[in-house]
Design a protein around this ligand. Structure first.
Ligand code: SDX
Length: 392
């Protein structure tokens, strides 16, 4: 056992690294990127600024931001042969599986992006993936909708261009919608980093073997896909729709969650770190009400969500376990109002988390951290002799 005496399932009480990127205080519901509060960043910054802040540690000057934007735009083309890989998927393929595969496939078309040591080589790999990832994400959505793939328009901002690539239609000029752009920009900022969560820890440990940035991100996308992690935003809407179909009987679902025999996870509730409230959920809840109001959308599912949250917050099962709405509880309601299909919700989470994953990978590589290789406590069989097949 290599001297290991205790294990920590799920690393609930294990620190894996020192990091200067994101600060969380679970008791006080504080979230800061490089010392700046997400409340201020969500209000005053745009997503590309926050991406720069997370990756390089400082809010960019105008010149730095313009250069970052220009360098990303110069890398926003994707090799045409990548379309053959996309074509190979059935239309029914989940976009997260497609995105993880395409992100890994990018390595073959960008051989220089396998692991790199110098800051300059890292910068090149970073602007490549920042430019190409939104294209691939939009392609996964268009593939499912049997729409022609769109390359975007470099005269647009980062998030505007993402919207154009997702929502443009072949037979109608694309009209930008500032409500949609602003809502999405804020959502991407709120998802941008979250210290050592499951998918970020995955990116860091895959990167620690020097497998390279794109391979590490591909692994991170797979980890995020799980319904206990980023996949929860899709599971929340599916749950809320089920409750709506069930006549809005939220009490039934609260009771199901407390059923000892077959406990039903109330998706969008609970968090490993936040034990009073998830500051992102507070902002997203308010934004959901504003966006639906601005777009003139009445979504009964928002009322069901609010009803479910208010009942749960009074219920001793949830209060005792400190279960509160998390970032995934309300986000799907906004994505849906913006015209984003449910199966694309976790792709939106990945688009937001991209700069955080990049920042954490870069920090790990610059700090020359050792390969991640934990030990175990062996609880298997002692030595036993081999038994020939005919004697078994
Ligand atoms: C994200 O880590 C991050 O920072 C993640 C994230 C990020 O930005 O990267 O914030 C994004 O992943 C948010 C979480 C999204 N997932 C969900 O909404 C899925 C539902 N939530 C749970 O699965 C759960 O709350 C977790 C995964 C979020 C946290 O799990 P923990 O910390 O391992 O807690 P646990 O599973 O040990 O549960 C503790 C108790 C248990 O009851 P007891 O065994 O003590 O009786 O609380 C219960 C659990 O059964 N519980 C729930 C519940 N979550 C925990 N009961 C009902 N519904 C739930 N959602």
């Amino acid at each position: 056992t290599g001297g290991v005496t205790t294990i920590d399932p799920g690393y609930k009480n294990t620190g894996s690294c020192e990091s200067a990127i994101t600060f969380l205080d679970g008791e006080k519901g504080i979230l800061r990127y490089r010392g700046y509060s997400i409340e201020e960043l969500a209000e005053k910054a745009d997503f590309l600024e926050v991406a720069y802040l997370l990756i390089f540690g400082e809010l960019p000057t105008k010149e730095q931001l313009e250069k970052f934007d220009k360098d990303i735009k110069e890398e926003s083309h994707v090799d045409e042969d990548m379309k053959k890989i996309l074509d190979g998927f059935p239309k029914s393929a989940h976009p997260m599986g497609v995105l993880s595969s395409l992100t890994s496939a990018l390595i073959a078309f960008n051989p220089g992006s396998v692991d790199v040591d110098s800051e300059e080589a890292m910068y090149n790999a970073i602007v490549k993936i920042m430019g190409k990832f939104p294209v691939l994400a939009a392609w996964t959505m268009r593939k499912r909708k049997s729409l022609p793939l769109d390359y975007g328009d470099n005269s647009l901002g980062y998030v505007e261009n993402l919207c154009k690539m997702m929502f443009s239609r072949p037979n109608k000029a694309y009209e930008a919608n500032s409500i949609v752009n602003d809502a999405l920009d804020k959502l991407l900022i709120l998802h941008a980093d979250h210290e050592q969560n499951c998918s970020t820890s995955t990116v860091r440990i895959v990167g620690s073997s020097h497998a390279g940035l794109f391979a590490s991100l591909s692994a991170g996308i797979s980890a995020l896909w799980g319904p206990l992690h980023g996949g929860a935003n899709q599971a929340v809407i599916e749950m809320l729709e089920a409750i709506k179909a069930d006549g809005g009987d939220t009490a039934k679902y609260i009771a199901k969650a407390k059923d000892k025999e077959d406990p039903f996870r109330l998706m969008g509730f609970g968090h490993r770190v936040y034990k009073n409230f998830d500051p992102r959920a507070k902002i997203i809840k308010k934004s959901a009400e504003e966006v639906l109001g601005d777009l003139g959308i009445e979504d009964p599912v928002l009322d069901i969500a609010k009803g479910l949250a208010s009942v749960a917050l009074e219920d001793e099962y949830f209060v005792k376990r400190k279960l509160y709405p998390n970032v995934d509880f309300y986000s799907g309601i906004i994505y849906r109002a913006l015209g984003i299909p449910t199966e694309m919700f976790t792709v939106m989470f990945a688009l937001g988390r991209l700069p955080g994953w990049i920042a954490q990978w870069r920090e790990m590589r610059l700090r020359k951290e050792p390969i991640g290789r934990p030990r175990q406590i062996y609880v298997g069989e002692n030595y036993r002799e081999f038994v020939d097949l005919e004697k078994r």
